[in-house]
Design a protein around this ligand. Structure first.
Ligand code: ADP
Length: 674
């Protein structure tokens, strides 16, 4: 990244990062020798045999007192990077996490693996808080979760200066940067809090946001001391990516039939507005009920299919929606982007975007909530041209930040426009979607592994073939029309003129006098729009970035009148045209794992047992065991304690708590077969 205009000002008063990140960035785990204590703790508590890429280097750095910045995609396993050192080092680790609503699950999960953890937050009475402080001071707690706002309180500061702190871990560290999506001003106080401690603890920051500027902000605003920076690969090979362009009116029924055909799966549907989440949740519930009545869906044991979640709901309603989702009472949550930051639910099998997000970063974060357990999961993006127009408009009208001068605001806007352009590029590309994403995050092409020309995780673009459509005449007509209206109108009107519309709002143009009027009256509107947007991307046209998306000529406009001009668009060729409206349900959700029938029955049985146990304990099922662990259990079919411990994700504490019941269920199952 060079010195862009926007780059010259960061938050005022903030000292500039003089650090050259490139030189500090470590090759991931190149020749790290794994600390034996770390491996032992990984196995004992979490039941895992080995570290994932990036983890052991970070753990070793923290154990030797070095600050770290871990940049890893969602689901890569950032938490373990600070939880293992916290388990090993003397004293308590303070974990700063943005959302108090999620702390309970994080803390439950740690206690469940035998690592004493607690949180301090506003849901507790002062007495409850005192109890936690006392436990921490007497060394009974290894990890203490707090929201950043907490650090500013007198009581917490008094406590913090008295307790030995092994480590300060900052989760979702990109919240310090206003260049990221989720700037939170309370994150700005973290550096000062650390500086106020009697002895400076090691500081470890984690984020899934990979842009260089955000990274630089994290290092300087948190005041990390020559941190070792680990950036792991951004590809998520267990995710299948799909992009489908579809008219708005078809989206809800597409989502409904997807959900009806995946009745056992948990998923998130992201919408752009609060109103939309409620409307969609409601229509999903009734659509799925209809399908069920028609015998078309095996969802008989589920009452509500979907709940809405957005920032405008009361705290109680949000809390309930989240609980219902996390505890698998309701399989689907329909949410705005307020949902899910830091959410730990590991068995989310699909994430559907009902509208195009504002950036690849946002998309990657949200879609990345699928498949954290490493099991195959699907990420589908539904979009259409008007999503782009809406996003552009929001961007130009919405953004207000009092601390910025108008000039700075414009620079921020320009940078957001670039983010949006990359998102649009993702929707339109015919290239591998995994490759597009990893390239965006600065990895060299090929970072997304491929076999036989297809990407490993799978994506719609690698799976389907494309047809090339000659749209030379359409492109010429569009160009002619832009000329006819003197580059003065928006894309909607251009389409109307070309289609020979009699609409009132055109009358001021006296359209019938224009040579291009009705030139494309036989061509579907969507096709004209597609060609027009692609022409803008390719430099034949420009679409003004103001409130009104006025179409003008781009630098290559003249080429369209040359006799040799030729223009194609590529369209994905799905098995049949209906696939655009209804999801392809014949193929399994995602490819790689196809269990045999007996194994699938055992998996379902263990899942039911997990749900029973979770309800007895009042915990989310995934905290008992992840889907991945259950799958591994089905593979191993343990009948002794030692075999049970060998299952991926079973540590000592889990064996003690749940071993007997799961072993009994597995024994019974193999007995059935004999
Ligand atoms: P992140 O915070 O990066 O989104 P998490 O820390 O929630 O990811 O980890 C995602 C999942 O991967 C969790 O279920 C976690 O238990 C699992 N996991 C983490 N590290 C390992 C490992 N070394 N081996 C196997 N599973 C792991």
């Amino acid at each position: 990244m060079g010195k862009t205009r926007a780059g010259r000002f960061a938050l005022r008063g903030q000292r500039t990062a003089l650090l050259h990140l490139e030189t500090m960035t470590q090759a991931v785990d190149s020749a790290d020798s794994v600390d034996p204590r770390a491996l032992e703790a990984l196995n004992r508590y979490f039941g895992y045999d080995s570290f994932r890429p990036g983890q052991s280097g970070i753990v070793s750095a923290i154990l030797t007192g070095h600050d770290v910045l871990g940049v890893m995609p969602t689901g890569a396993g950032k938490s373990i990077c600070y939880q293992i050192p916290a388990a090993i080092l003397p004293g308590v680790a303070i974990v700063i996490s943005p959302l108090i609503s999620l702390m309970r699950d994080q803390v439950d999960a740690l206690n469940d693996v035998g690592l004493p953890a607690a949180f301090i937050n506003t849901t507790q009475t002062p007495d409850e808080q005192d109890l936690v402080f006392a436990q921490a001071l007497s060394g009974q707690i290894k990890l203490l979760y707090v929201a950043p706002e907490r650090l500013e309180t007198e009581r917490f500061r008094n406590f913090a200066v008295r307790v030995p702190i092994s480590l300060v871990a900052v989760d979702e560290a990109h919240c310090v940067s206003q260049w990221g999506q989720d700037f939170r001003s309370s994150y700005l106080g973290i550096g000062e809090f650390i500086a106020g401690l009697p002895t400076r603890p090691t500081v470890a920051a984690f984020t899934a946001t990979a842009t260089e500027r955000v990274r630089r902000d994290i290092v300087s605003i948190l005041g990390l001391h020559t941190p070792s920076i680990t950036v792991t690969g951004f590809d998520r090979p267990n995710l299948y990516f799909d992009v489908i362009s579809m008219p708005r009116k078809d989206k809800a029924s597409w989502v409904a039939s997807y959900i009806a055909s995946h009745p056992d799966e948990s998923g998130i549907v992201y919408c752009a507005t609060r109103k939309e989440t409620e409307a969609l949740a409601e229509s999903l519930n009734s659509a799925v009920a209809e399908l069920r009545a028609a015998g078309g869906a095996d969802v008989s044991d589920i009452g509500t299919i979907a709940v809405a979640y957005h920032g405008g709901m009361s705290a109680d309603a949000r809390e309930k929606a989240q609980r219902d989702f996390v505890t698998d009472r309701v399989p689907v949550v329909v949410a705005t982007n307020a949902f899910g930051m830091g959410i730990d639910k590991s068995n989310v099998r699909f994430v559907i975007h009902h509208n195009m997000p504002e950036s690849i970063e946002a998309y990657y974060q949200e879609a990345g909530r699928a498949g954290r357990d490493g099991e195959p999961s699907r990420c589908t993006l539904l979009w259409n041209e008007s999503d782009i127009v809406t996003r552009r408009r929001l961007l130009d009208s919405d953004y207000e930040n009092e601390r910025l001068t108008p000039e700075e605001q414009e620079a921020v806007r320009a940078s957001k426009r670039r983010l949006l352009d990359a998102m649009v590029g993702y929707c339109r590309t015919t290239d591998c979607l995994h490759a597009y994403m990893t390239r965006y995050f600065g990895e060299t092409a090929g970072a997304a592994a491929k076999t036989d020309g297809k990407c490993v995780g799978g994506c719609a673009n690698c799976e389907h073939t494309f047809e090339t459509i000659d749209v030379t005449d359409i492109a010429r007509a569009i160009s002619r029309c832009v000329h006819d209206v003197n580059q003065h109108v928006g894309s909607g009107k251009i389409v109307k003129v070309l289609r020979g519309s009699k609409a009132q709002d055109l009358s001021y143009l006296n359209p019938e006098s224009l040579p291009s009027f009705g030139m494309l009256d036989e061509v579907p509107e969507a096709r004209i729009r597609d060609v027009l947007s692609q022409m803008a991307t390719d430099g034949f046209l420009t679409i003004a970035e103001g409130r009104l998306p006025i179409v003008g000529f781009g630098p290559r406009a003249a080429e369209t009148v040359a006799p040799e001009f030729h223009y194609d668009i590529k369209k994905i060729k799905r098995a049949d045209a209906r696939a655009r409206r209804t999801p392809d349900v014949s193929t399994p959700a995602v490819g790689s794992y196809v269990p045999d029938d007996g194994d699938e029955a055992l998996f379902q049985k263990l899942r039911a047992l997990r749900l029973d146990i979770a309800r007895e304990l009042g915990k989310p099922p995934y905290i008992v065991f992840s889907d991945k662990t259950l799958r591994d259990m089905v593979r191993v079919k343990p009948i002794t304690d030692d075999q049970f411990l060998a299952v991926n994700g079973v540590g000592e504490s889990k064996l003690k708590q749940y071993g007997e019941r799961f072993l009994a269920a597995i024994r019974e199952d193999s007995g059935d077969e004999a």
